[in-house]
Design a protein. Structure first.
Length: 40
């Protein structure tokens, strides 16, 4: 595989993880904040 194709695949993979990971992290943080409010 050419180096350019590998770099392109790495960029696509990073974007795919960001597309899934950012909303996932947002949901986890929001859930934790709401759960901590229950225990105060």
């Amino acid at each position: 595989m050419a180096n350019g194709a590998s770099n392109s695949m790495n960029v696509k993979l990073a974007l795919a993880w960001a597309f899934v990971g950012i909303p996932l992290a947002w949901g986890i943080i929001t859930t934790l904040i709401n759960a901590l409010a229950l225990f105060q």
